[in-house]
Design a protein around this ligand. Sequence first.
Ligand code: IMP
Ligand code: MG
Length: 326
Amino acid sequence: MGAFWGDEGKGKIISYLALKDKLDFCVRTGSVNAAHTVWAGERRYALHMVPAAFLYPKCRLLIAAGANVQVKRLLEEIELTGVRDRLGVDMNASIIEDKHAIQDKTSAFNKGIGTTGWGVGPALEERVRRTAKLARDIPELQPFIADSVSEINDGLDAGKKVLLEGTQGFLLSLFHGSYPYVTGRDTGASAIASEAGVGPTRVDDVIIVYKSFITRVGAGPMPGEISKEEALKQGWFETAAGTGRDRRSAPFNFDLAKKTARINGATQAALTKLDSLFPACRGASKFDALPAEAKQFVREVERRTGVPVVLIGTGPDALDIVDLRE
Ligand code: IMP
Ligand code: MG
């Protein structure tokens, strides 16, 4: 799960875990508004629908029952990633139609929020009204239709490795974020499990993903926000992988980091882009190779959140990582 306002680097962490831990299942929750960036060598993927674990060829890729599917985008990404034979869409996932994107882009209310314009909010409204189309109703999706909930729970029964892929960040949660400047769903760990159809007692670990600085796209409060000029100077300036909009930025916030870890019961933390704060970290794969200030920062994150940092991102590639798990 993401700790802040999304774009913490979940795609990178998931792609690493897929390769390293040989995940059996990866279940994508949420919707097309979230772009998960995965680098494989020189190739960059910005995935809006296909689970970020696709780099590991034996991983079964599932779209959760609670997810919202943009059919065209999903079919494009299936071709792009070559996962036709191992991707399943839960029969009960709901569908985002073109009209939802139009509503999202034209609604005066949503303009003030600065939504991504992908139509996710209006599609969720339709689902709540019980008038949404579901994946099982769509002819183009028939080859992919699955009972993902049974598959996942059967997998857990058999001791398989299952990763539930959260989207967005906790501070965009409909329930716990800075309402109304939030997305259309809860983005926390419990909601991720709920969308996938996994009971809370079956979850072994909640991995919270922190980025070494904070970014936000769209409107809403952001403590400690710095100007674009300052962000460029710091090397923190980013544009959104999905919409291309400028990301606003701010320094790492320990209080927010602690609050999110607590409400979500995080048991492990990943800290991405440490090389943006400390360029000498770039590409490191051993903790000992990090400069002293970088090590201190990692230890401070642990001390102030109470969560062990087990994965540290040191560059964009899936394998640019320090892995501190035993
Ligand atoms: P919506 O999710 O498109 O309705 O947009 C609501 C708010 O969430 C806006 O501020 C968006 O910029 C933000 N948002 C939605 N998805 C993401 C994401 O994946 N990363 C970052 N921000 C997001
Ligand atoms: Mg993103």
